[in-house]
Design a protein around this ligand. Structure first.
Ligand SMILES: [Zn+2]
Ligand SMILES: [Zn+2]
Length: 254
Protein backbone atom coordinates (compact mmCIF):
# COMPACT_ATOMS: atom_id res chain seq x y z
CA UNK A 1 0.00 0.00 0.00
CA UNK A 2 1.11 3.55 -0.61
CA UNK A 3 -0.06 7.14 -0.50
CA UNK A 4 0.55 9.02 -3.75
CA UNK A 5 0.23 12.79 -3.76
CA UNK A 6 -2.02 14.30 -6.42
CA UNK A 7 -2.15 17.64 -4.62
CA UNK A 8 -0.63 18.70 -1.30
CA UNK A 9 -1.26 22.43 -1.01
CA UNK A 10 -3.64 24.33 1.28
CA UNK A 11 -4.74 26.68 -1.50
CA UNK A 12 -4.49 26.76 -5.28
CA UNK A 13 -2.89 28.72 -8.09
CA UNK A 14 -1.47 27.91 -11.53
CA UNK A 15 1.05 25.40 -10.14
CA UNK A 16 0.01 24.37 -6.63
CA UNK A 17 -2.82 21.83 -6.35
CA UNK A 18 -5.21 21.53 -3.41
CA UNK A 19 -5.33 18.41 -1.28
CA UNK A 20 -5.93 15.02 -2.90
CA UNK A 21 -3.99 11.85 -2.11
CA UNK A 22 -4.34 8.37 -3.55
CA UNK A 23 -4.49 5.58 -0.99
CA UNK A 24 -3.59 2.79 -3.39
CA UNK A 25 -5.33 2.72 -6.78
CA UNK A 26 -8.90 2.41 -5.45
CA UNK A 27 -9.28 5.08 -2.77
CA UNK A 28 -8.80 8.85 -2.70
CA UNK A 29 -8.17 10.81 0.48
CA UNK A 30 -9.94 14.12 -0.28
CA UNK A 31 -10.68 15.26 -3.79
CA UNK A 32 -9.48 18.87 -3.98
CA UNK A 33 -7.44 18.37 -7.17
CA UNK A 34 -8.80 14.94 -8.19
CA UNK A 35 -9.51 16.09 -11.77
CA UNK A 36 -5.74 15.95 -12.40
CA UNK A 37 -5.88 12.12 -12.18
CA UNK A 38 -6.00 10.59 -15.69
CA UNK A 39 -9.47 9.18 -16.61
CA UNK A 40 -8.32 5.55 -16.90
CA UNK A 41 -6.87 5.74 -13.37
CA UNK A 42 -9.96 7.53 -12.00
CA UNK A 43 -12.01 4.65 -13.35
CA UNK A 44 -10.22 2.34 -10.87
CA UNK A 45 -11.26 4.52 -7.91
CA UNK A 46 -14.12 3.05 -5.86
CA UNK A 47 -14.19 5.37 -2.84
CA UNK A 48 -13.29 8.88 -1.73
CA UNK A 49 -12.79 9.44 1.98
CA UNK A 50 -13.19 13.07 2.93
CA UNK A 51 -11.35 14.57 5.89
CA UNK A 52 -13.93 17.39 5.97
CA UNK A 53 -16.14 19.54 3.78
CA UNK A 54 -13.96 22.62 3.24
CA UNK A 55 -13.73 23.63 -0.41
CA UNK A 56 -10.02 22.89 -0.82
CA UNK A 57 -10.79 19.22 -0.01
CA UNK A 58 -13.99 18.68 -2.00
CA UNK A 59 -13.71 21.01 -5.00
CA UNK A 60 -12.96 18.46 -7.73
CA UNK A 61 -15.40 15.87 -6.39
CA UNK A 62 -18.10 17.51 -8.49
CA UNK A 63 -15.93 17.53 -11.60
CA UNK A 64 -14.79 13.90 -11.41
CA UNK A 65 -18.41 12.80 -10.91
CA UNK A 66 -19.39 14.89 -13.92
CA UNK A 67 -16.70 13.12 -15.97
CA UNK A 68 -17.96 9.69 -14.85
CA UNK A 69 -21.61 10.07 -15.93
CA UNK A 70 -21.02 8.51 -19.35
CA UNK A 71 -18.23 6.07 -18.50
CA UNK A 72 -18.97 4.61 -15.09
CA UNK A 73 -20.86 1.36 -14.42
CA UNK A 74 -20.73 1.39 -10.61
CA UNK A 75 -21.14 3.98 -7.86
CA UNK A 76 -18.40 6.17 -6.48
CA UNK A 77 -18.74 5.89 -2.69
CA UNK A 78 -18.03 9.13 -0.83
CA UNK A 79 -17.26 8.63 2.87
CA UNK A 80 -16.83 11.01 5.75
CA UNK A 81 -18.21 12.03 9.11
CA UNK A 82 -21.95 12.56 9.42
CA UNK A 83 -21.47 16.35 9.52
CA UNK A 84 -19.14 16.33 6.52
CA UNK A 85 -21.48 14.24 4.36
CA UNK A 86 -24.44 16.39 5.39
CA UNK A 87 -22.61 19.60 4.37
CA UNK A 88 -21.62 18.14 0.97
CA UNK A 89 -25.22 17.01 0.32
CA UNK A 90 -26.84 20.25 1.48
CA UNK A 91 -24.43 22.86 0.17
CA UNK A 92 -22.65 21.37 -2.86
CA UNK A 93 -24.30 18.38 -4.60
CA UNK A 94 -27.75 19.81 -3.97
CA UNK A 95 -29.12 20.32 -7.47
CA UNK A 96 -28.42 24.06 -7.20
CA UNK A 97 -24.68 24.56 -6.95
CA UNK A 98 -24.06 21.24 -8.73
CA UNK A 99 -26.18 18.17 -9.60
CA UNK A 100 -27.28 15.64 -7.02
CA UNK A 101 -25.46 12.65 -8.52
CA UNK A 102 -27.26 10.20 -6.22
CA UNK A 103 -30.24 10.75 -8.54
CA UNK A 104 -28.27 9.99 -11.70
CA UNK A 105 -28.11 6.30 -12.53
CA UNK A 106 -25.50 4.59 -14.67
CA UNK A 107 -25.96 0.88 -15.45
CA UNK A 108 -28.89 0.72 -13.02
CA UNK A 109 -27.03 2.06 -9.98
CA UNK A 110 -26.66 5.62 -8.68
CA UNK A 111 -23.42 7.27 -9.75
CA UNK A 112 -22.84 8.57 -6.21
CA UNK A 113 -23.39 6.88 -2.87
CA UNK A 114 -22.67 8.39 0.54
CA UNK A 115 -21.41 6.44 3.51
CA UNK A 116 -21.03 7.88 7.00
CA UNK A 117 -17.86 6.67 8.73
CA UNK A 118 -18.18 5.93 12.45
CA UNK A 119 -15.59 7.46 14.77
CA UNK A 120 -12.72 5.49 16.22
CA UNK A 121 -13.65 2.21 14.55
CA UNK A 122 -11.54 0.33 11.98
CA UNK A 123 -13.35 0.19 8.64
CA UNK A 124 -12.27 -1.82 5.63
CA UNK A 125 -11.73 0.18 2.43
CA UNK A 126 -11.34 -1.13 -1.13
CA UNK A 127 -7.89 -2.43 -2.02
CA UNK A 128 -6.82 -4.03 1.26
CA UNK A 129 -6.46 -1.01 3.53
CA UNK A 130 -8.29 -0.15 6.73
CA UNK A 131 -9.12 3.31 8.04
CA UNK A 132 -10.07 4.69 11.44
CA UNK A 133 -11.68 8.15 11.52
CA UNK A 134 -10.75 10.23 14.56
CA UNK A 135 -12.26 13.66 15.39
CA UNK A 136 -9.74 16.51 15.14
CA UNK A 137 -9.87 20.20 16.00
CA UNK A 138 -11.18 21.84 12.81
CA UNK A 139 -14.65 22.78 11.42
CA UNK A 140 -16.80 21.18 8.72
CA UNK A 141 -17.01 17.71 10.25
CA UNK A 142 -13.25 17.26 10.32
CA UNK A 143 -11.60 13.93 10.96
CA UNK A 144 -8.03 12.72 10.83
CA UNK A 145 -7.37 9.10 9.94
CA UNK A 146 -5.24 6.16 10.90
CA UNK A 147 -4.59 3.83 7.99
CA UNK A 148 -3.21 0.32 8.25
CA UNK A 149 -2.11 -2.07 5.52
CA UNK A 150 0.79 -4.43 4.80
CA UNK A 151 1.68 -4.41 8.51
CA UNK A 152 2.25 -0.63 8.42
CA UNK A 153 0.37 2.17 10.17
CA UNK A 154 0.09 5.73 8.83
CA UNK A 155 -1.26 8.70 10.74
CA UNK A 156 -2.98 11.36 8.61
CA UNK A 157 -3.90 14.52 10.53
CA UNK A 158 -6.20 16.08 7.95
CA UNK A 159 -6.73 19.79 8.67
CA UNK A 160 -6.45 20.42 12.39
CA UNK A 161 -5.39 22.78 15.11
CA UNK A 162 -3.85 21.38 18.29
CA UNK A 163 -5.62 18.11 19.15
CA UNK A 164 -5.13 15.03 21.30
CA UNK A 165 -7.30 12.04 20.44
CA UNK A 166 -5.64 11.07 17.15
CA UNK A 167 -2.20 10.92 18.81
CA UNK A 168 -3.60 8.87 21.67
CA UNK A 169 -5.27 6.47 19.21
CA UNK A 170 -2.08 6.19 17.16
CA UNK A 171 0.01 5.44 20.27
CA UNK A 172 -2.39 2.64 21.18
CA UNK A 173 -1.83 1.02 17.76
CA UNK A 174 1.97 0.85 18.06
CA UNK A 175 4.73 2.78 16.29
CA UNK A 176 3.50 4.35 13.04
CA UNK A 177 5.44 3.96 9.79
CA UNK A 178 4.93 7.67 9.18
CA UNK A 179 2.90 10.76 10.00
CA UNK A 180 1.24 13.06 7.49
CA UNK A 181 0.70 16.36 9.28
CA UNK A 182 -0.69 19.65 8.07
CA UNK A 183 1.37 22.83 8.44
CA UNK A 184 -0.58 25.69 6.90
CA UNK A 185 1.26 28.76 8.18
CA UNK A 186 4.79 29.76 9.25
CA UNK A 187 5.47 30.60 12.89
CA UNK A 188 5.24 34.32 12.08
CA UNK A 189 1.49 33.60 11.59
CA UNK A 190 1.15 31.24 14.56
CA UNK A 191 -1.77 33.25 15.96
CA UNK A 192 -3.60 33.02 12.61
CA UNK A 193 -2.90 29.27 12.55
CA UNK A 194 -4.50 28.91 15.98
CA UNK A 195 -7.45 31.17 15.13
CA UNK A 196 -8.19 29.15 11.97
CA UNK A 197 -7.65 25.70 13.56
CA UNK A 198 -4.46 24.97 11.67
CA UNK A 199 -0.81 24.37 12.59
CA UNK A 200 2.45 26.26 12.23
CA UNK A 201 5.89 24.57 12.56
CA UNK A 202 6.17 25.01 16.34
CA UNK A 203 2.55 23.92 16.83
CA UNK A 204 3.15 20.83 14.64
CA UNK A 205 6.24 20.02 16.73
CA UNK A 206 4.06 20.14 19.87
CA UNK A 207 1.62 17.73 18.21
CA UNK A 208 4.35 15.30 17.13
CA UNK A 209 5.72 15.22 20.69
CA UNK A 210 2.33 13.83 21.79
CA UNK A 211 3.03 10.80 19.59
CA UNK A 212 6.24 10.07 21.49
CA UNK A 213 7.89 8.39 18.46
CA UNK A 214 10.83 10.72 17.78
CA UNK A 215 12.39 8.72 14.93
CA UNK A 216 9.46 8.27 12.55
CA UNK A 217 9.24 9.94 9.12
CA UNK A 218 7.14 13.12 9.04
CA UNK A 219 5.44 14.29 5.83
CA UNK A 220 4.10 17.82 5.75
CA UNK A 221 1.23 19.02 3.57
CA UNK A 222 -1.40 21.79 3.32
CA UNK A 223 1.09 24.67 3.16
CA UNK A 224 -0.43 27.93 1.98
CA UNK A 225 1.54 28.39 -1.28
CA UNK A 226 2.52 32.00 -0.53
CA UNK A 227 4.14 30.83 2.73
CA UNK A 228 5.80 27.65 1.34
CA UNK A 229 9.31 29.17 1.38
CA UNK A 230 8.98 30.54 4.90
CA UNK A 231 7.57 27.23 6.21
CA UNK A 232 10.35 25.25 4.48
CA UNK A 233 12.94 27.41 6.23
CA UNK A 234 11.40 26.28 9.54
CA UNK A 235 11.59 22.55 8.68
CA UNK A 236 13.93 21.77 11.58
CA UNK A 237 11.45 23.27 14.03
CA UNK A 238 8.87 20.64 12.97
CA UNK A 239 10.94 17.46 13.12
CA UNK A 240 14.42 16.30 12.04
CA UNK A 241 14.31 15.21 8.39
CA UNK A 242 10.88 16.67 7.70
CA UNK A 243 9.67 15.92 4.16
CA UNK A 244 7.47 18.51 2.44
CA UNK A 245 5.12 16.68 0.10
CA UNK A 246 4.87 17.60 -3.56
CA UNK A 247 2.51 16.38 -6.23
CA UNK A 248 3.78 13.05 -7.61
CA UNK A 249 5.43 11.87 -4.38
CA UNK A 250 4.72 8.24 -3.44
CA UNK A 251 5.07 7.16 0.20
CA UNK A 252 5.01 3.37 0.81
CA UNK A 253 3.49 2.01 4.02
CA UNK A 254 6.66 0.26 5.12
ZN1 LIG B 1 -10.21 22.93 6.41
ZN1 LIG C 1 -7.83 22.61 3.93
Amino acid sequence: MYIEVTGAAGSKNAVDRIVCMRLGPRVLIDAGSASFIPPEELNEVDAVILTHAHLDHILDLGFILDSMVHTRNRPLVVMGSEACISIVKTHYMNGLIWPDFTKIETAGAPLLEYRVLPDEVWVELPGGVEAMAVPVNHPAGARGFLFRADGGLMVYSGDTGPTDTIWKRARAEGTPSGVFIEVSFPDSSRSIALASDHLSPSLAADELRKLNSPDIPVYVFHMKPWFAGEIAAEADVIHPGTVFLNQGDVIPFR
